[in-house]
Design a protein around this ligand. Sequence first.
Ligand SMILES: [Zn+2]
Length: 203
Amino acid sequence: MDNPTPDRNSFQNLSTDKAKGLGNVPTRVNLLACIRYEGRRLERLNSVMQAIEKTINSTAFRRQVLEFRYRGQYSFYYRRNLLGRYIDKPYTNAQVYEIIMDAQELVKEDPEPTIDLYLELVIGSNGSVIGYGNPGSKEIYTYSEMFDQMEIDELANHYVHEWCHKIGFDHSYLPTAKRNSSVPYAIGNIIETLLDGNPSHIE
Ligand SMILES: [Zn+2]
């Protein structure tokens, strides 16, 4: 989903105290709601949450974020309008990493670096759509038919992608090649790649 790009004017406060972005304080996954996830689905969801927490705190993840390139530059892809002005606020890769590890959702201020997730399973399907979130709200909705079909690494990608919207990142609605280099897509893909079943990928 496309969220309006927030003005993260609090960014300058992300400074030294917790040494964010350096992995000194682990970033926890906090599953605050898991509506309609039950039984085997809840077990799988918990596996996904563990996988996300482990991966996001790995040095491999840090390295992949810092070394992410779009068209040869160390950067994610940020949209501009026809006048060349940024639609998405552009950050350095180090800033992207800090924002992720700081895990301050737009709808809630939290002194701890926790990925706060409010998840709701939507029974059924909607074509190939995995799920969605709405701008300005904390919930992440996931279609049950997709959830049941997807592997742990794919689900981790989905939740991290949607959560990236909750911390202010966005991308174009249309599926373009560039979109895969936007923060939500690229970060989700990094998580999935690091989890693709080869444990040697995670340090
Ligand atoms: Zn999205």
